[in-house]
Design a protein around this ligand. Structure first.
Ligand SMILES: NC(=O)c1ccc[n+]([C@@H]2O[C@H](COP(=O)([O-])OP(=O)(O)OC[C@H]3O[C@@H](n4cnc5c(N)ncnc54)[C@H](OP(=O)(O)O)[C@@H]3O)[C@@H](O)[C@H]2O)c1
Length: 323
């Protein structure tokens, strides 16, 4: 084991150092990260959800700077148009378009996928980043718990509908969270009910489902050359954290990562043609593959049968019957 790997393990062990800016700074130096500014992404076609705030905004700014062709998939169209204007002014990159889509609305997701496919016959990177931790339980008009719709079912449907537009070397990236380490895989209790609802726990269950589906997409498309990666950003100071976790934000305060630090691995997975193309279905933090379980209690829930049940449930909920 290299010196960098040993130090990395020490930093990884306690969550507080691993997830904060301490983990980011130590690892970026130990592993001698390639500067993101050195990538040239001219001609790389990237669609990203949730580009209008926090991590998605930081990633979008960096990808635009590197010359990528961008599709901003956003629920707030005027916010996204303003962002587009900003990107053109800041980087002279006018290869940026806007597609309106609320990820909790599956009609929107279908229309958005169609629009993206119409604009980009081939997509090099599809980034599922939109999401939030909701302290109060909310549902879609059809009664689906909102986090589940936005972060599990909507992205699953969008991936499925855009599969034909992905090719060998294309990547599908899913922003999950380290919170998933605390949650087992559940389908029957994926959507918490009103009486038991706790935002952080709901979020962790959803994140676990996202990471599991990432692995399953990789298995089910093996041989296609498409790469699926899930990741977590550590803890970053974003408008989402400010709104959902104000006390946590106050406590961790100066140790929170900046949005750009939190988005680093996302941009790197989209930009680098080395490690991101050499593995599939894995879970990343700070440009390294991480385990998907740290607790025996969650590992025990992660059975083949339950995975199949998750896939079948999501496909049905999404109304996607091509698998
Ligand atoms: N920040 C962290 O420390 C952290 C840690 C772990 C995981 N994450 C994950 O990272 C991702 C980004 O989080 P963030 O902290 O950057 O939050 P944020 O600042 O609240 O940004 C969330 C983005 O998602 C969009 N969005 C939310 N619901 C949507 C919906 N129904 N349809 C379409 N777009 C929607 C928002 O659009 P609007 O601009 O219109 O609101 C915004 O662009 C999330 O998936 C979050 O779970 C963040």
């Amino acid at each position: 084991m290299s010196f960098a790997s040993i130090i990395d393990k020490v930093v990884e062990a306690p969550v507080v150092t691993s997830f904060t800016n301490v983990g980011y700074v130590v690892r970026s130096r130990l592993d001698g990260w390639t500067d993101l500014d050195s990538y040239d992404l001219s001609g790389r076609r990237i669609a990203i959800t949730g580009p209008t705030s926090g991590l998605g905004l930081a990633a979008t700014r960096q990808l635009a700077k590197l010359g990528a062709t961008l599709v901003l998939v956003a629920r707030n169209e005027s916010k996204a148009q303003d962002l587009r204007d900003d990107l053109v002014a800041a980087h002279g990159n006018d290869a940026v378009s806007v597609v309106r889509c609320d990820m909790a609305n599956f009609q929107d997701v279908r229309a958005a996928a169609k629009q993206i496919a119409g604009e980009q016959e081939q997509l090099d990177v599809l980034i599922h980043n939109a999401g939030s931790l909701l302290n109060e339980r909310r549902t879609t008009p059809d009664g689906m718990e909102l986090t589940t719709a936005v972060q599990v079912v909507g992205p699953f449907l969008m991936t499925g509908l855009l599969l034909e537009n992905l090719a060998a070397g294309s990547r599908v990236l899913t922003m999950s969270s380290g919170g998933m380490y605390t949650a087992g895989l559940t389908i029957s209790r994926l959507q918490m009910d009103e009486a038991s609802y706790k935002g952080a726990e709901q979020y962790a269950r959803v994140d676990r489902a996202q990471v599991t589906l990432n692995e399953m997409w990789a298995e089910r498309t093996a041989g296609s050359g498409i790469r699926f990666h899930a990741l977590h950003p550590g803890w970053a100071d974003t408008p989402g954290v400010e709104e959902s976790l104000p006390t946590f934000r106050k406590i961790v305060g100066p140790f929170l990562r900046s949005p750009a630090q939190g988005a680093d691995t996302l941009v790197w997975l989209a930009a680098d043609d080395g490690p991101p193309l050499q593995s599939n279905g894995r879970f990343w933090l700070d440009r390294r593959i991480r385990p998907v379980h740290k607790l025996g209690s969650t590992r025990r829930t992660d059975t083949r049968a339950r995975r199949r049940e998750l896939w079948d449930w999501v496909a049905e909920a999404a109304g996607w019957d091509l698998v």
